[in-house]
Write a protein of this length. Structure first.
Length: 182
């Protein structure tokens, strides 16, 4: 397996080189959105209204960061189960979403959409939210503030440790896991 240090702005162009099982240390801007934030985004889309983020080439992390303390923007920011967002994901990929970050397998419809749109699904380690928080440089709530920890947030990250879960060719560590366990 290969190892990459990428900026979020490079993900779209790097996607063809990434393979399921590769390690990625990601830096740049990502957005958090869980179930309720996805519902709010889709209400805006369905109403033809402007979104609070530019979806094209964006990275969405399925997480709800806890409040920070001192110089830490958040104390914990672990991934939530990605499959809960599967009903939303193909439409966002069609709109240009470059990558998603979460944990767990994805539906066939999402995998097909990842391949069709040249995107990538990255996995963060579940249960390691406090360690992941060390990669978060800044955090700002940008929309849906009434949702609390599920509000839409913009994070700046540095060397966020991830694994390519599903690549843009359809490689899937959840189907071929033993092959990638090295």
């Amino acid at each position: 397996m290969a190892e990459y240090r990428l900026n979020t702005a490079e993900l779209r162009s790097a996607a063809p080189s990434l393979r399921a099982g590769d390690r990625v240390y990601l830096s740049g801007t990502i957005y958090t959105a869980r179930d309720q934030a996805h519902l709010a985004l889709f209400r805006l889309l369905d109403a033809g209204e402007e979104l609070p983020l530019e979806i094209k080439d964006a990275v969405i992390y399925y997480a709800g960061p806890t409040p920070g303390r001192g110089d830490m923007p958040t104390l914990s920011c672990g991934p939530t189960t990605s499959g809960r967002m599967d009903g939303f994901t193909p439409r966002l990929l069609e709109l240009g979403l470059a990558a998603m970050i979460g944990k767990g397998p994805r539906s066939q419809a999402v995998k097909d959409s990842i391949v069709k749109n040249g995107a990538v699904y990255l996995c963060a380690t579940g249960g390691a939210g406090a360690l992941i928080a060390k990669s978060i440089v800044s955090l700002k709530e940008i929309a849906f503030l009434d949702l609390g920890c599920e509000s839409l947030k913009r994070l700046e990250v540095r060397d966020l440790p991830l694994i390519v879960g599903i690549d843009c060719r359809g490689g899937d560590i959840f189907l071929e896991g033993a092959k990638y366990a090295q």
